[in-house]
Design a binder for this molecule. Structure first.
Ligand SMILES: [Zn+2]
Ligand SMILES: [Zn+2]
Length: 235
């Protein structure tokens, strides 16, 4: 029984791979599944717009937004993405999505957890960006949900699941920028009642920010007052 209890306590730790997910170096006891040197080497974003998470050359003064957000403020209140969508983060995200390397999930969830403090307060629901049901059925999982579940457990904030994709959209990465915008018009809908005031939307990558804008508009239309965004990486 003691062994079972210990296994239960260390369940999440036990699910993590024994080696650094980036370089394969063996993990020391108590070390996270990314080794110190790899963690330092990740393409961290030093300064970014607090509204859209786009990297900026210099630190913007408090309350000042990037030029794009000043011109066209997005419908969400804040966005945080700690990493650039560059090697090895891009490769890891693709491996997680397309080759089922779910061991990256807890690694990225830890990184996202540490970024929660950079978001505005008062978040009362966590929403993983939904996949279209057909794509989820094919893939067998939703990578955004794999990231959102540990965040929910860690923060105690409940996940909401009554938002869905109205129709399947082609992969964003395969489309020219102007086609992406048309591609996402009305892509999300809220089913039933939304019991949340301030929703935190979780995604793997922010590309143009259009997915975030679309989902934010759907949430605001359904009665949410505020929407914030948290993603691993910014393209
Ligand atoms: Zn490493
Ligand atoms: Zn911005």
């Amino acid at each position: 029984m003691a062994l079972l209890a210990a296994l239960g306590r260390n369940f999440e730790q036990a699910l993590l791979p024994n080696a650094c997910v980036f370089c394969g170096a063996r993990r020391r006891h108590g070390e996270r599944s990314i080794c110190g040197p790899c963690c330092v080497d990740l393409p961290w974003i030093d300064s970014a717009c607090s509204r859209c998470a786009a990297p900026t050359v210099t630190q913007l003064p408090q309350g000042v937004l990037c030029a794009a957000c000043q011109q066209h403020p997005p419908p969400f209140e804040a966005a945080v993405a700690p990493l650039t969508y560059a090697f090895p983060v891009d490769a890891a995200i693709k491996a997680m999505k397309f080759r089922r390397k779910l061991s990256y999930g807890p690694v990225f969830a830890n990184i996202l957890g540490a970024s929660l403090t950079k978001l505005p307060a008062g978040i009362d629901a966590v929403l993983p960006v939904p996949l279209h049901w057909r794509r989820q059925a094919l893939r067998g999982f939703n990578q955004a949900e794999e990231l959102a579940k540990p965040i929910g457990r860690f923060s105690g904030i409940p996940l909401i699941r009554n938002v869905y994709r109205v129709r399947a959209t082609p992969y964003q990465s395969g489309l020219a920028a102007e086609r992406r915008l048309g591609n996402l018009q009305g892509a999300f809908a809220v089913r039933g009642v939304l019991h949340a005031r301030h929703v935190l939307v979780i995604d793997d990558v922010i590309t143009t920010g259009e997915t975030c804008s679309q989902i934010a508009r759907s949430l605001l239309d359904a009665g949410a007052a505020r929407v914030s965004i948290l993603a691993i990486a910014r393209a």
